[in-house]
Design a protein around this ligand. Structure first.
Ligand code: ADP
Ligand code: CIR
Length: 343
């Protein structure tokens, strides 16, 4: 492979940090799963509008390709090689009374974490057999869940298009054919091995073998962020007694995209901010201050509809889970105040 030629206006962190020197040093390296630099960067090479542009094929990718991953991790999370990651999953430490008890702004709250199985390659490097094994072991573990978390597993293989599309439209299921994941090798053998587990109310869900092997999700209507967090923590703790997760002392939970390392947590609200949306500079001044990311209504790389945005914590590594949710909560309180002032 030759050094990729990126257009001048390319803004991804891949373009920024894959210098010719880094490329030369890494181009012939591979991990013990055979994962190469070419595979790690293909998503950002094929999609020059990527924000980041790189994926890991296994835990080892983060050390073998460290000269590329480390500066990306540092810029995204503000986390350096000297920093260490800490966890706090205690809901009592979260200060988050419902910021919108009248239900004027927040439509729904969702918190997810990514997890991958210990001693397995990540999605970009996994074989079909290994992926099927992950599915079987995860589904086996999920069968043990009880009470509010009890539910059923629905494999994508054999699901009707109508059911699949309505689950996607209602924000419960991952979309199909994402070009960033496609180029990362994450959609190989689709739809085999993929599926969704959920309880009856769809307040607790697990995505199997999408970008990460597990995406554990708690969600509900309205703004009771603490209730959503508490349900998620109960689920994580139950699942990890059955499924061993890939974890590193330095990087926390290991995920295929470096933006998800650490807590692997994204806590979001769908929130109507039609007035603030007319002044994106003011809007972004608040989201930047609280380390928040603005997404559209159908997830990453989608647009807002009717002034409704997906607002979530941006940082996930080097802060605890409680701090990640607190970032989102504090920012949402500030956004609601600003929106009220504009009415
Ligand atoms: P992820 O959060 O898993 O990184 P996406 O940004 O693609 O991935 O979002 C996945 C789905 O979750 C999308 O359908 C999105 O609209 C939905 N979603 C995200 N946040 C919320 C929320 N607070 N309420 C309802 N749905 C949400
Ligand atoms: C990209 O580079 O745009 C995609 N690979 C997605 C990156 C993850 N996005 C994020 O900001 N958390």
């Amino acid at each position: 492979m030759n050094y990729p030629q990126f257009p001048k206006d390319c803004k991804s962190l891949l373009c920024k940090y894959l210098t010719p020197e880094v490329f030369e040093a890494l181009k012939d390296k591979r991990t013990s799963n055979g994962f190469t630099l070419e595979q790690a960067i293909n998503s950002g090479v094929q999609n020059i509008d990527s924000g980041i542009g790189v994926y890991a094929g296994d835990k080892e990718s983060y050390t073998v390709f460290a000269p590329l991953f480390d500066p990306i991790i540092e810029e995204y999370h503000g986390f350096t090689k000297e920093d260490s990651h800490k966890s706090n999953l205690n809901p009592d430490d979260l200060n988050a009374p419902n910021p919108d008890p009248e239900g004027e702004f927040i439509l729904s709250t969702r918190i997810r974490v990514g997890r991958n199985m210990d001693n397995m390659p990540l999605g970009p490097a996994i074989t079909k057999r290994q992926r099927d094994e992950v599915e079987a072991r995860v589904v086996q573990g999920l069968k043990m869940l009880e009470g509010e978390l009890a539910g059923n597993y629905y494999p994508l293989l054999g699901m009707s298009k109508e059911v699949q599309e309505s689950l996607i439209k209602d924000h419960f299921l991952f979309k199909e054919g994402d070009r960033f994941l496609d180029a990362a090798g994450l959609n190989r053998d689709w739809p085999a091995g993929r599926g969704i587990y959920h309880n009856n109310d769809k307040t607790f869900l697990v995505w199997v073998n999408e970008e990460d092997q597990l995406r554990i999700i708690s969600m509900q209507q309205g703004g009771d962020i603490k209730e959503v967090f508490t349900r998620l923590v109960n689920a994580i703790k139950s699942i990890e007694t059955k499924v061993p997760f890939s974890y590193s002392y330095h990087l926390g939970y290991i995920t295929s995209c470096p933006t998800n390392l650490g807590t692997a947590m994204r806590a979001s609200v769908h929130i109507a901010l039609p007035n603030l949306a007319k002044d994106m500079d003011a809007f972004e001044a608040i989201t930047d201050k609280y380390h928040l990311q603005i997404r559209g209504i159908h997830g990453e790389h989608s647009e807002s509809e009717g002034g409704v945005y997906d607002i979530s914590n941006r940082r996930r590594l080097g802060i605890t889970e409680v701090e990640a949710v607190q970032d989102m909560y504090d920012g949402v309180v500030a956004l609601i105040e600003a929106e009220k002032a504009l009415r």
